[in-house]
Ligand binder design. Structure first.
Ligand code: NAP
Length: 265
């Protein structure tokens, strides 16, 4: 039976390859990106060509630099499906060259890569009743430290790569928290480092080569198809311990409380 799948950041890089890899088993397939639908017509045509006859495909645009747009995305998705079997939080941005705050006062990398996925996941949680949540993280989180007293990185801690790693550590910590506080034992939450992949995001921050996006898509599809691994962090296909801070329940609770405070504003 086709699955109801939500995938963010589907327009380029790993997300695009993952959309194409998941197309044959999805209905509805609900894709998200930054651009308006008419600018991603080629992608949507290619994805549709790989979908089963009669399967539904939706595309919604939302800029996670604005949390209202993340809320609107929740509303849009809820409008087209009663059930989500697989939610892949893939969208992310590199840290910008200089420290940047959003209109709501959040460090923009933290908001885009962490707060917006939390808004989306929270807003869809009752629809992911027996489903799976895959948060696309990064091995860079392993060398980061969570600045719970300075989540906007205002105290001279900013660099593009540090902000990116900080946002990914927050996402992995959230994955561990949600795995421990899941609304039902049938929901499973995992996070995955998809590989070092040649994309705009990688090259915006690091001068290294990388594998093809299809390599990461295969890893994400593999992890999406696992069961009985709630709370696991995967390095590509290998279960690995995450950053010890992410695995620490007291840290998870403190991040969760701080996140609720931020989102309440
Ligand atoms: N590439 C790597 O080596 C690597 C390694 C570890 C983890 N990852 C993770 O893999 C995931 C995919 O990254 P990628 O390398 O494929 O990067 P990418 O090619 O830049 O794709 C990122 C996706 O997120 C979207 N996005 C960017 N800013 C956004 C915003 N403000 N609001 C909503 N969506 C936004 C992008 O839309 P646009 O195309 O319109 O910009 C694109 O669809 C990310 O979570 C990344 O952290 C990548």
């Amino acid at each position: 039976m086709p699955s109801s799948i939500v995938l963010t950041g589907a327009t380029t890089g790993i997300g695009r390859a993952t959309a194409l890899a998941l197309a044959h088993r999805a209905s509805p397939l609900i894709l998200h990106g930054l651009e308006p639908a008419d600018e991603v017509a080629d992608l949507l045509r290619a994805v549709r060509a790989g979908m089963p006859a009669g399967a539904e495909l939706f595309y919604f645009a939302a800029d996670f630099g604005d949390l209202d747009e993340a809320e609107r995305l929740v509303h849009d998705i809820r409008g087209v499906t009663e059930r989500v079997d697989l939610l892949v939080n893939n969208a992310a941005r590199p840290g910008p060259p200089t420290h940047t705050l959003t209109g709501t006062g959040n460090e923009i990398t933290f908001q885009t890569n962490y707060l917006a996925p939390v808004v989306l996941t929270t807003g869809l949680l009752d629809r992911v009743e027996a489903g799976r949540i895959v948060n696309v993280a990064s091995a860079t989180h392993l060398s980061a430290s969570l600045h719970l007293d300075d989540l906007t990185l205002a105290r001279g801690r900013y660099s593009p790569a540090a902000a990116y790693a900080h946002s990914k550590l927050a996402l992995v910590t959230y994955s561990c928290w949600l795995a421990a506080h899941r609304p039902s034992p049938s929901v499973e939450v995992v996070s995955v480092h998809p590989g070092v992949i040649a994309t705009g995001l990688l090259h915006a921050m690091f001068s290294v080569g990388g594998d093809r996006p299809e390599h990461a898509a295969d890893n994400i599809v593999y992890v999406a198809g696992r069961h009985g691994d709630n709370g696991t962090y995967y390095d590509e296909r290998r279960p690995e311990p995450p950053n010890p801070e992410a695995a620490e329940p007291a840290t998870q609770d403190r991040l969760h409380a701080a996140t609720l405070d931020i989102l309440a504003v």
